[in-house]
Design a binder for this molecule. Structure first.
Ligand code: HEM
Length: 118
């Protein structure tokens, strides 16, 4: 079970890498647009994250930090809302407001920071 949990964590990290990587490509030298790949990465991180939020496959004596997980979930939902709002604007041919675009990357980095530091 512990190995399976590590595999789900690996999938969670792949989701994070796809989301942040897709955003970084757009942010640094790209057109600063929101892309479907960001949504794919976020969805992978969400599904694997929710699976990891249940207390299974933990080493003996380990416990879960639900305040931390709840905070990460709220931040991910905000990222999802930003991708939804920005993506809809793009489809209408309008530009994505810079603050909305940058927030996607910053909040993704914040969530990784919370995961590693809290
Ligand atoms: C964009 C959103 C997210 C990012 C960037 C992210 C990033 C990360 C990273 C980098 C780790 C590895 C940290 C480590 O092993 O020390 C991690 C672990 C983990 N994440 Fe996420 N995550 C996100 C969303 C979520 C969500 C929504 C949940 C569940 C509600 C979640 C639950 C977990 C759990 C349970 C772990 C295992 C280690 C721990 O307790 O911190 N994550 N996440």
């Amino acid at each position: 079970m512990e190995t399976l949990r590590h595999i789900v964590l690996f999938i969670h990290l792949i989701g994070f890498a796809i989301l942040f990587g897709a955003w970084a490509v757009q942010a640094f030298g790209g057109k600063k647009q929101l892309t479907g790949l960001m949504t794919v990465g976020m969805t992978i991180a969400l599904v694997a994250g929710l699976a990891l939020a249940a207390p299974w496959g933990l080493p003996a004596g380990a416990s879960m930090n639900y305040a931390k997980l709840g905070t990460k979930l709220v931040i991910l939902l905000i990222i999802g809302a930003l991708l939804g709002i920005g993506g809809a604007r793009q489809k209408r041919g309008a530009a994505v407001p810079p603050v909305l675009f940058w927030l996607v990357g910053v909040l993704t980095a914040v969530n990784a920071g919370i995961a590693a530091i809290w």
